[in-house]
Every structure is written in structure tokens, then in C-alpha cells.
Design a protein around this ligand. Structure first.
Ligand code: PLP
Length: 432
């Protein structure tokens, strides 16, 4: 399907029905699959033949949808996971083990920050966080002999920093490790990290890919560009025999384009069991069919909201990389020429009290712990996700008390702005 453009792939890639078969992706709501002989089934367990035997590892519905995401990112193989958290954990744990080290951008989703700094640390995997604005020298200095992966987010949630993918990829490759990029916010419609040198891409499909707040999910895509066998001693999981499958070597048997996803499926899915349900994969596919139509509208609404907010006296600053004057404006133009996504953050004069008063007055925009779906929503980190932090700590984290994260949905921008305007006016008293 990669001879087609991205919109055509959003609609049609992955599932190609044969004569008389269902037009829509069938939901294979079955935990197991039937075989005529145990010899047939044995070949699957030995990874000698490809096929399905148990939905904890693989399911045809999921594979159709994963194949579509692989086509959208321009990768060689992909898998769905039960959540974005599972996708990032699997992508890293597939090549890291006790004693390994990861270099990661410090500007990433809070859940991923916690996964790296607390949970994976307990597993004996160390992390060094680097600024997304670090120089090549500073990035190089973060690497150690045991570093096995570099990690960042194309557009960070919620800090909205833009990753210099080309620079991060160059540094990762100089140290013979892959660059893993979480591409949740822009989606492949607005940025394809493989084109800038990333090796593995992850997604929380819960966000724009699903796009309707219907199902939690994740995805991992392999570019097929990273040569694991160039340094087999660094990636023993891919380059030395797996005794749980009669000594196969993934990088040999499944090649550069298939080894990473096959190993993550046959080992990590087998052992951790974080598969996406086929029903959720079906919903995800419905979302993907309109992703190329929805993303430009999210961007249009976010740009309009950012421009409106920037001109209001009650607003101290607006953070949207597409705004001229934003610290990441030039980088956004390079990596996100069609815009990034629908999320804008801004700070109100009057801090926490003003934010609460403003949000109470909103009629269209709902208060939610979510971003990136069809309905606009917002959140004040100081009174929700970051509520345990003191005023001082909030400032240090770059999350001032009056900060609001606004996720612009697909409504008419005039109505969205009218809602923001009336809420600003109604809450004006709290902003003096
Ligand atoms: C939401 C999010 C995640 C976590 O995904 P879940 O589907 O909630 O597990 C990871 N990365 C980014 C950038 C996110 O926005």
C-alpha cells in the first residue's frame, strides 16, 4: 500500500478483503484458533509457520489495524498493545534488561517519565534524562557503555516541546543504539519520524488515532532500518538464540524488518499479556479511517484558539509551537510543516483561583483528564494531575498554578472561541 498517499492509506491500508469477504475489518472475537493436527499447531509454537493460536499473543483484527499503522508510518512491521504505556514499556524492554541504560528526553509524558524513572529503575534499568534542547555535545555526554536506547516525544505532552529528531537520531546512531520516538501527538499525518532517522515509533492510540475517546490502546512500529547484527553483543535478545523457541535468533530468522516486532510479540506479549482487545482494534480502525481529515481541523482550531488567547489581557502566555515567537517555532516548521496537533497550553493571570473560575464558566469545553479527541476539553494541572506539588515545585516543573491545557476538538472554531471569550469575561473578577 505504500505507493498510495497517506490519506488513502488511512482509509484502506492494512485490510484488503478478497472476493465476497466483509468490506469492514472483521472483529475476530475469539480467544483461540482451531487446527486439524497437532503437528500444524506445533509449527506455530516453534515460530516455524505464521498463524494464530491464542489471542494473548496475536489476533487477526489487531494485525489488520497494526498493518495500517505500519503503512502510515512507513515501517516494516507493527503491533498493537493494550495502552500507550504498554507500547513504550515493550519498545524499551524489548532491547533493555537489568544493567542496561536509557538516554531519554526529560520533556515527556508524565506516565512515561514515571515508567522510566521509578518502575524500570526497580528492574535495574537506569535512565539519564536530557533536555530536549541539549547540544550534540551534551547529548553525547549522557551515553554510557551500557546505553541501549534513546527516547523522546515528537511533541511532548503536556510541555509542547518539539524534538530535534534528526539530531537525536544522529547521536543515538553514533553510539550504535536506536532512537525510539513517541509520535502520539502529531500522528503520522503531521510527522513521520522515520523520515528523520528514528528507528522505532510508539503511539498512545488512545489519543488522535482513536480520536473519539472510545478505547485505550497503543502501537509500536519498526522502521526496519536499524541493523541489530552490526553490534550483536549489545542486543543479545535479538542476536543470540532464544531458548524458549528452540534457539532461534530473531535478527537472523525474521531479518532486520521483522525481528523487533516478532520478538516483542512472541516474548513480551506472551509473558506480559498486554494485547489490545479485537473490539478496541476495530474502533481504532474507524478512527484511523478519518485521521487525515481530522488532524488538519484540530490544527486549525488550535491555531485559532492560540491566536485568540495570545491577544487577551487576562492571559500571560500561550504555548503553541505553531505561533511565531514560540521557542520551538523554527523546529515546528521543519518537522511539522502542516501543524502539530490540537493541544494548546496557556497561563491565566491570577493563578489557581483564576483557572478554576475560568473553567467553571466554560460551556462547550469540558473539564477532563484527556486530550486529543473530537470534543474540546481542558485541565488545570495544578488542581488535578500535579495537585500534590507545592506552589514552588509547580514553578520548577514549568507548570504554573494558572496553567490550562486546552485540547481543541473538531467543533466550529467560532463557537470554541466564543466559549473561551465568555468564560474569560465571566471569570475576570478572579484575575485582577
Ligand atoms: C497518553 C500518552 C501516553 C500513555 O498512553 P495511554 O494510552 O494512556 O497508556 C504515552 N505517551 C503520550 C505522549 C501520551 O500522550
Amino acid at each position: 500500500m505504500d505507493q498510495y498517499r497517506i490519506g488513502t492509506n488511512c482509509v484502506q491500508a492494512g485490510y484488503r478483503p478478497g472476493n465476497g469477504e466483509p468490506r469492514q475489518v472483521p472483529i475476530i472475537q475469539s480467544t483461540t484458533f482451531k487446527y486439524d493436527t497437532s503437528a500444524d499447531m506445533g509449527k506455530l509454537f516453534d515460530l516455524e509457520a505464521s498463524g494464530y493460536f491464542y489471542t494473548r499473543l496475536q489476533n487477526p483484527t489487531n494485525d489488520y489495524v497494526a498493518a495500517k499503522i505500519a503503512a502510515l508510518e512507513g515501517g516494516t512491521a507493527a503491533m498493537l498493545t493494550s495502552s500507550g504505556q504498554a507500547a513504550n514499556f515493550f519498545a524499551l524492554f524489548n532491547i533493555c534488561e537489568t544493567g542496561s541504560h536509557i538516554v531519554a528526553s526529560s520533556s515527556i509524558y508524565g506516565g512515561t517519565f514515571n515508567l522510566l524513572s521509578v518502575t524500570m529503575k526497580k528492574m535495574g534499568i537506569d535512565v539519564t534524562f536530557v533536555s530536549p534542547d541539549a547540544s550534540e555535545e551534551e547529548l553525547n555526554a549522557a551515553f554510557r557503555d551500557n546505553t541501549r536506547a534513546m527516547f523522546g516525544e515528537t511533541i511532548a505532552n503536556p510541555a509542547r516541546t518539539v524534538l530535534d529528531i534528526e539530531l537525536f537520531a544522529r547521536v543515538a546512531h553514533a553510539h550504535n543504539v536506536p532512537l525510539i520516538v513517541d509520535n502520539t501527538f502529531p500522528t503520522p499525518v503531521n510527522c513521520r519520524p522515520f523520515e528523520w532517522g528514528a528507528d522505532i515509533v510508539t503511539h498512545s492510540t488512545t489519543k488522535y488515532m482513536d480520536g473519539h475517546g472510545a478505547g485505550v490502546g497503543g502501537a509500536i512500529v519498526d522502521s526496519g532500518n536499524f541493523n541489530w547484527m552490526a553490534h550483536p553483543e549489545m542486543f543479545p535478545g535479538l542476536c543470540t538464540p532464544d531458548e524458549s523457541y528452540h534457539g532461534i535468533i530473531y535478527a537472523e530468522k525474521f531479518g532486520q524488518g521483522g525481528a523487533f516486532i516478532t520478538k516483542a510479540t512472541s516474548q513480551l506479549m506472551r509473558d506480559f499479556g498486554s494485547i489490545q482487545s479485537p473490539q478496541n482494534a476495530f474502533y481504532l480502525n474507524l478512527g484511523l479511517e478519518s485521521l487525515h481529515v481530522r488532524m488538519p481541523r484540530h490544527v486549525e482550531n488550535a491555531e485559532a484558539a492560540a491566536e485568540f488567547l495570545e491577544a487577551q489581557p487576562e492571559v500571560t502566555f500561550v504555548n503553541y509551537p505553531g505561533l511565531p515567537g514560540n521557542k520551538y517555532y523554527e523546529r515546528a516548521r521543519k518537522y511539522l510543516p502542516h501543524g502539530g496537533c490540537g493541544v494548546v497550553t496557556f497561563e491565566l493571570k491570577g493563578g489557581r483561583k483564576a483557572a478554576e473560575a475560568f473553567m467553571k464558566e466554560l460551556r462547550l469545553v469540558a473539564i477532563e483528564t484527556h486530550v486529543a479527541d473530537a470534543r474540546s476539553c481542558c485541565l488545570n494541572p495544578a488542581t488535578s494531575t500535579h495537585r500534590q506539588l507545592t506552589e514552588e515545585q509547580l514553578k520548577e516543573a514549568g507548570v504554573p498554578a494558572g496553567l490550562i491545557r486546552l485540547s481543541c476538538g473538531l467543533e466550529d472554531k467560532e463557537d470554541l472561541i466564543a466559549d473561551l471569550r465568555q468564560a474569560l469575561k465571566a471569570a475576570a473578577g478572579a484575575m485582577d
